[in-house]
Design a protein around this ligand. Structure first.
Ligand SMILES: [Ca+2]
Ligand SMILES: [Ca+2]
Ligand SMILES: [Ca+2]
Length: 336
C-alpha cells in the first residue's frame, strides 16, 4: 500500500532511530529529503536534501544547533548516476549525533549533527511535489543495556502521520483509525443516521484533507459525495468496548469542528452503569477538517482503569459549524 505525500510527513521522534523509506522511482520530485534533529517549531534542523534537477546531495547543518560553538556548514556532492541510479531508497541510522545514510542499498555516507534542544529529536521527510511513498519503516534502536539487535515493532505504511506530529507508541492501543469506513464496522464500531451503512472505504472522509494519520480521517462535512451539504448530516459513531490499563491511561485523538455547543460532542460512557463519564465539544470549525497539532485532544482516564468503556462521537448539529472531524482514537502513555 502506498501513501501520497504532498509536502512533509512526520517520521518519528527519538535520538536512536533506524528509518527505511522508499519512494516511487518513476516519479521523483524536483527535490526531497529529510529534516533531522528538529522540533515542532523547527528552532533547529539539519537538512539532507537531494536536488533532482542538478543531481546534488546537500547536507546542511547551518541551522542544526542554537549552540554557537558548533561548527556549521553546507556540503554538496553529486551521485554517480550510472553506478548508483537516482536515489529512491533510503536507510538512515540515527545514533545521537551520528547519522549514517545508505542510498539504494549501495551508496553510503555519514555526517554529524549537534542539536542543543531536548525536543530536537524529530525526523521528517519533505518533498517539493506530490510523491508516492512505497514503504516506510521506523525502528527505535534500543539503548546499549539492551540487546542491540532487537528493534521495536516497525511502523507500517498505513501509520504515516501527515501534517501532524505523532510520537512513537501511538499504535499500541488503537480504538479507531478510520482508514477504511467498511472495516471499521467489522472492527466493532457502529454508526447511526447519515453515517450508517458506508458504501465505500472513503464514505466518512467528507472534506478531510492532507492532515491525517494513515489513509483516511473523518469529517462529517460533505460526507457521501456531498449528498446533504456540510452541516446537515447527523448521526453517531459508537466505539467497541475497551478497557483502560495502567500503561496507557491517556485517551488521545485528533478532533475539531463544532461551535462549542452540545450538538457536536464526544462522550465517554461506562458500559456497566451506562453513565456518561466525560463530555467534550470542540469549538474549532475553521477549516472543516483537522489541520494540525492544535487538533490533538487528550483525556486522562487514569481514574477509570479497569472499567469497561465506550466512546460516542455525536453530530446532531445541522446549522453553521455543524460538523465534526476526527482521527486516530487511541490510548497512550502520555498526552500529545
Ligand atoms: Ca486514520
Ligand atoms: Ca451535522
Ligand atoms: Ca485545527
Amino acid at each position: 500500500m502506498a501513501v501520497m505525500v504532498n509536502n512533509e510527513i512526520f517520521i518519528g521522534a527519538g535520538r536512536q532511530l533506524e528509518i527505511e523509506l522508499e519512494i516511487d522511482p518513476s516519479n521523483l520530485p524536483k527535490y526531497f529529503g529529510f529534516i533531522l534533529g528538529t522540533n515542532d517549531e523547527k528552532n533547529e534542523e539539519t537538512l539532507l536534501t537531494y536536488d533532482n534537477v542538478n543531481n546534488e546531495f546537500h547536507v546542511d547543518t547551518r541551522r542544526s544547533s542554537l549552540n554557537t560553538n558548533v561548527f556549521k556548514q553546507k556540503r554538496t556532492g553529486t551521485i554517480d548516476l550510472l553506478t548508483y541510479g537516482k536515489p529512491y531508497h533510503f536507510r538512515l541510522f540515527i545514533d545521537h549525533s551520528n547519522v549514517d545514510v545508505f542510498i539504494n542499498n549501495s551508496l553510503a555516507f555519514s555526517f554529524r549533527m549537534y542539536p542543543s534542544l531536548i525536543d530536537s529529536d524529530q525526523t521528517r521527510f519533505f518533498v517539493s511535489d506530490p510523491t508516492k511513498v512505497i514503504a516506510l519503516s521506523v525502528w527505535e534502536l534500543m539503548s546499549s543495556e539492551q540487546t542491540p539487535t532487537k528493534y521495536s515493532e516497525p511502523i507500517s505504511i498505513n501509520q504515516i502521520a501527515q501534517g501532524v506530529k505523532l510520537p512513537l507508541g501511538s499504535f499500541d492501543q488503537v480504538i479507531g483509525d478510520f482508514d477504511d469506513a467498511l472495516s471499521m464496522l467489522q472492527e466493532g464500531w457502529f454508526t447511526t443516521g447519515d453515517f450508517r451503512q458506508p458504501t465505500n472505504s472513503n464514505s466518512w472522509a467528507g472534506t478531510s484533507a492532507v492532515t491525517k494519520i494513515g489513509i483516511n480521517a473523518v469529517s462529517t462535512c460533505e460526507i457521501n459525495n456531498n449528498e446533504k451539504g456540510c452541516d446537515s448530516p447527523t448521526g453517531m459513531f459508537v466505539s467497541p468496548l475497551f478497557k483502560v490499563n495502567e500503561k496507557n491511561p491517556f485517551l488521545s485523538l485528533l478532533m475539531s469542528g463544532g461551535d462549542g455547543t452540545d450538538d457536536i460532542r464526544l462522550e465517554l460512557v461506562d458500559n456497566v452503569s451506562n453513565k456518561i463519564l466525560l463530555k467534550y465539544s470542540p469549538n474549532n470549525c475553521t477549516p472543516s477538517f483537522i489541520d494540525g497539532n492544535d487538533d490533538w485532544v487528550n483525556f486522562d482516564l487514569s481514574e477509570y482503569i479497569g472499567r469497561q468503556l465506550q466512546i460516542r462521537i455525536i453530530d446532531q448539529h445541522t446549522k453553521g459549524c455543524g460538523f465534526v472531524s476526527f482521527d486516530h482514537i487511541h490510548l497512550r502513555e502520555t498526552p500529545i
